[in-house]
Write a protein that binds this ligand. Sequence first.
Ligand code: DGL
Length: 260
Amino acid sequence: MRVGLFDSGIGGLTILNTIVKNMKNIEFFYVADTLFAPYGEKDTKEILKRCDDITNYLINEHKIDILVVACNTATSISIKHLREKYKSLPIIGVEPALKPAIEFSKTKSIAILATPSTINGSKYKELVEKLSNNQELNLYHIACSGLAKKIEEADIEESSLNLFLKNYLEELRDKNIDSVVLGCTHYPIIKNSIKSFFENDTKLYDSADAIAKRLKELIKDKIKSEKEQRVTILYSSKINFDMVNIILKDCKYDLRECKI
Ligand code: DGL
């Protein structure tokens, strides 16, 4: 069983890291599309084409049986197109974990942090509409322009990161928020810094566990137990090796450049 994943860079590794812990006997091929990162502020058509090219590459070069789009932005822009075009390939996408946040929030004041593309995309607007369901909710949508890039470049020294985050999060301090949705797969990497802007008992939500669960359900009957787990990280331009190591600290992997 071969599972392909991709993201604009290291963000989707937060999903891969959760998946590999739970799933043996699978070969994983993860594309970090650093050549085109960040996706969140780029032209939609350009990203759609890129997602298509990467899917094609994973199918042709690595013979994947299933695809995980490990990026909220890419999912929001391309999942419909990819599912229509690659009909026989099961595709799992990531969306902001708004559902559990609404379910478990007591104050019903929730902050959702994501890239501008995700927040402004129609897919996210539909999700909000579907989940709001006539409830009294205070949802604070924060399009964190530049944050994924900063994380990608490992520019996350505490004081400069806090100064950067202050621009987005300061206004949320007195809003009685008890739940924060990390709607970009890069953000869990700096979750402690984000958390420091909120009350101690504020809960942060990301989508990694839900994706791992979904993948497990989809492939449970197809895994051949004699195969060893193999994880290959493919990057399309330069990547920060230290960051990869930090995120995948308990996992053995190969790392190599790819041409897409
Ligand atoms: N990690 C991505 C996401 O989940 C994309 C970040 C970016 O490239 O802008 O949205």
